[in-house]
Write a protein that binds this ligand. Structure first.
Ligand SMILES: O=C(O)C1=C[C@@H](OP(=O)(O)O)[C@@H](O)[C@H](O)C1
Ligand SMILES: C=C(OP(=O)(O)O)C(=O)O
Length: 470
């Protein structure tokens, strides 16, 4: 685990019982809800938007400014990867509240480097396509857990584009490629059934291919479509001609990628556990800065949480989820039957909610979660069943029968969303110890502080920066 400039070693973690982060990989006692909530909070920038804008800025025709970017392990690793390829990325003071802005100055792309992808899907899938445009060898590897994530479609696509790749045939990290300084592009077929990121990766870079790209997805399913829509939107905003004439087909015209100063929206998927807390504890949780329109899948949360019994209020710049009395206050927390194929990254929070509901739930369309940070279907099943729950794995999802749960260790599997799912369970169940809460730094280093402030609104508020771990 890296300790970043966002860590403040002088912070005394014992000032707050539920902020024991002296050992960031040791257990963290999840705080129990004290009563109905009436909380407002802001969450830092979107991982998916920050890493897309970093990539496009590195490929653009001039310098770009990213305002309020996410500063987390995944975005730090993306910035470092782009720096390895020659891009200049400087911090400049910003007023976003969660760290500096980033000025990105593109340079000629250079090879001859080794890139650490950590456990970031966006880095391991997006950056090889950029490296293919550089001259020279680039090696890719990541965390031990990253070596289990599907990469076959990246390796096959690189070869189909004429790029030399050396790998061990397993279709995973590590591998190396040898860029010749340009990629012809043209027609290409890709099986992206295990991750939409294979499609986004090619679309993001394709305007810099000599002949652009005509891309056809050959698999039987395609998860996380809104993330591909997000990719198309950020490309259009930079003047790239991208089309999606029919399902499974995209084209990108060769041309310049415009430089752009851009405000990064808050990460609405990272808002999920906070909003879910309103249904457990009762009362309301408001996320400030909720965009009026967005391609982020987190914008589905009002509809998804309505299926569990929540109501939503929107203002011009915020969104409030009202959980009524909440499960702990004797209110209703309904089970739900949901296809989460478009928004799989929300599944861990919803599964935790379902485990505390009044009736059974079934979530489908999420077989691809087996290739996320960990096999999330197995991890959620194992952890909930170890606490007395009744969760069954389906071919493409989970069936959850709520049962009284007891305390115990909740393992995180180096997965930020597993850790935050455990915190939701801990609102309602005594003695839940989350192993490796520090793993939330993948996309939200401020999670323990923000969660503390949510659950203990009357206690002294903790500065999220005071315990950030990266
Ligand atoms: O492109 C992106 O930014 C993402 C796409 C999705 O990946 P999958 O299609 O692999 O689910 C999502 O789950 C991930 O958190 C972020
Ligand atoms: C699947 C996720 O991440 P990644 O970008 O590493 O794929 C996630 O954040 O839920």
């Amino acid at each position: 685990m890296l300790v970043s400039r966002y860590s403040k070693p002088e912070f005394n973690p014992y000032e707050n019982d539920d902020l024991v982060l002296e050992d960031p990989v040791g257990p963290w006692r999840a705080p129990r809800a004290e009563g109905p909530l009436a909380s407002s909070l802001a969450v830092p920038g979107s991982k998916s938007l920050t890493n897309r804008e970093l990539v496009l800025s590195a490929l653009a025709s001039g310098p770009s400014l990213l305002r309020s970017p996410l500063h987390s392990r995944d975005t730090a690793i993306m910035a470092d990867a782009l720096r390895e390829l020659g891009t200049i990325i400087d911090e400049v003071p910003g007023d976003g509240g969660f760290g500096p802005d980033w000025r990105v100055t593109p340079q000629e792309l250079t090879g001859g480097s080794s890139i650490d992808c950590g456990l970031a899907g966006t880095v391991m899938r997006f950056v090889p396509m950029i490296a293919a445009l550089a001259l020279g060898p680039v090696a890719f590897d990541g965390d031990p857990a990253a070596r289990k994530r599907p990469m076959r479609a990246t390796i096959d696509a690189l070869r189909a584009l004429g790029v030399d790749v050396t790998d061990d045939g397993r279709g995973t990290l590590p591998f190396s490629l040898y860029g010749t300084g340009s990629v012809e592009g043209g027609p290409i077929e890709v099986d992206a059934s295990s991750s939409s990121q294979f499609i986004s990766a090619l679309l993001l870079v394709a305007a810099r291919f000599t002949h652009g790209l005509e891309l056809r997805h050959t698999g039987s399913v395609l998860p996380s479509l809104p993330h591909i829509e997000m990719t198309m939107e950020v490309l259009s905003a930079r003047g790239v001609e991208v089309r999606h004439p029919e399902p499974g087909i995209w084209s990108v015209a060769a041309g310049a990628i415009a430089a752009r100063d851009v405000d990064i929206e808050p990460d609405l998927s990272n808002a999920a556990p906070f909003l879910a807390a309103a249904l457990v504890a009762g009362g309301t949780v408001t996320i400030d800065g909720w965009p009026a329109a967005t391609t982020q899948v987190g914008d589905r949360l009002p509809d998804l949480l309505a299926a569990f019994g929540a109501t939503t209020h929107r203002s011009a710049s915020s969104l409030t989820i009202d959980g009524g009395l909440g499960a702990l206050g004797g209110g209703t927390l309904s089970g739900a039957r949901l296809d989460l194929g478009e928004c799989g990254e929300l599944a861990p929070a919803l599964v935790a909610l379902a485990a505390l509901a009044d009736g059974p739930s079934t979530f489908t369309g999420i077989g691809h979660l087996r290739g996320h940070e960990t096999d999330r279907l197995a991890a959620l099943t194992t952890e909930l069943n170890a606490l007395g729950g009744s969760v069954t794995e389906l071919e493409d999802g989970l069936a959850i029968e709520p049962k009284p749960l007891h305390g115990g260790v909740w393992h995180s599997y180096e997965d930020h969303r597993m850790a935050t799912a455990g915190a939701i369970i801990g609102l309602a169940v005594d003695d839940i110890d989350i192993e490796d809460i520090g793993t939330t730094a993948k996309t939200l280093p401020e999670f323990p502080a923000l969660w503390h402030n949510l659950v203990h609104p009357r206690a002294a508020s903790v500065d999220p920066f005071s315990i950030g771990i990266l």
